[in-house]
Design a protein around this ligand. Structure first.
Ligand code: SAM
Length: 330
């Protein structure tokens, strides 16, 4: 007797990427921007500069996925999604969706990465690399803006005057902290292309006089010293084992005695089989970061303790499943 539920699950998982690609392609083409009001196919195809018959197919697929309504021969984006999918909305998540879209071909090479154990060596033009970095870093801000409060509420910044943010990306948390604490100064460190995008966020918030920049790889740059607090947020998973401990050791040396470190990370259980989103994300690191990996909470704590930190607190968050760990330089 065939178990049709199991069969259905297997077959639908096998082709779920078709659905993803329909959606991501529509986002990449900014289709939703052109269907705020009901619009006919000919006009939509003209606006997104695509073939009419193919645009019609794409729109019908978006109707079947539930993003778009059909009104007679016209199409309109569903209002419950428009905040997230329209370019002029401050809640839009189009950059992170572009980032997913840019990773499409890479995920197609997962077999190669599993066979060799190596990350991909991506060969793209400087222009395209900048475009990818812009979507990635802006995408981080897209995600963080919805969950920053839960992290910010856990930070104890009493007496903190200087913060170092390693792998700062858009520095979403740090900018919020500085806006609310006029006496705090900060330094942010990131790879050059990412730092360029980070600077745009800093300038937009008028914080450039209170934030200095270190551009380069955490493995190679000097951090300076005299910091009261260091953030390493969502960076450890992108580093190999050697660089992970180097980053934490360098943070230790850069801190004043009694200073604190906060690590914010995806986490895995000890068996590395849960939470699902983080287990799958490990493979994203296999593909994109040499030696990158998600760690268990115990492994992150070991890293901190080996550098000399005393673990003061840990906070486990669900959906997205992250951990925030506070360590003190003794
Ligand atoms: C996932 S993002 C996290 C950004 C930010 N900390 C946040 O939580 O929103 C990782 C950041 O680390 C940076 N990064 C990756 N490898 C790095 C390295 N070797 N040295 C310095 N920064 C690095 C990336 O450019 C990116 O900005």
């Amino acid at each position: 007797m065939i178990n049709s539920r199991n069969l259905k699950f297997i077959l639908s998982l096998g082709r779920i990427f078709w659905d993803s690609q329909v959606f991501l392609t529509a986002c990449k083409l900014r289709v939703f921007d052109f269907i705020k009001e009901p619009v006919d196919v000919i006009t939509i195809a003209k606006n997104i500069r695509c073939d009419e018959r193919a645009t019609n197919m794409l729109l019908d697929a978006l109707v079947s996925l539930g993003f778009v309504c059909q009104k007679g021969k016209k199409y309109v984006v569903k209002s419950k999604y428009s905040d997230f999918l329209l370019s002029d909305s401050d809640k839009n998540v189009l950059s992170i969706l572009d980032h997913y879209y840019h990773m499409w071909d890479d995920w197609g090479k997962l077999t190669y990465c599993i066979k060799t154990g190596k990350a991909l060596e991506k060969k793209v033009s400087i222009e395209l690399k900048k475009q990818f970095t812009k979507s990635f870093i802006t995408g981080m801000d897209n995600l963080t803006k919805f969950q920053k409060e839960r992290v910010l509420n856990c930070l104890d910044l009493k007496g903190v005057k200087r913060i170092l943010d390693i792998g700062s990306g858009p520095a979403t948390y740090l900018r919020e902290i500085l806006k609310n604490n006029q006496d705090i100064m900060a330094t942010i460190l990131d790879l050059p292309d990412a730092a360029e995008v980070g600077k745009e966020f800093v300038i937009k918030d008028n914080l450039e006089k209170r934030i200095s920049f270190i551009e380069g790889d955490i493995g190679e740059v000097e951090l300076g010293n005299n910091y009261d607090c260091v953030f390493i947020f969502q960076l450890l998973h992108a580093l190999d084992e050697k660089k992970r401990s180097l980053a934490v050791n360098k943070a230790y040396n850069a801190l004043n005695r009694g200073g604190k470190i906060y690590i914010h990370e995806f986490f895995l259980n000890e068996k590395k089989t849960f939470p699902r989103e983080n287990v799958i994300f490990r493979l994203n690191m296999l593909i994109h970061a040499h030696g990158g990996d998600n760690l268990s909470v115990r492994e992150i704590k070991n890293l901190l303790e080996s550098a000399g930190f005393y673990i003061k607190k840990e906070y486990i968050f669900k959906k997205p499943a992250n951990v925030l760990i506070e360590g003190i330089k003794t």
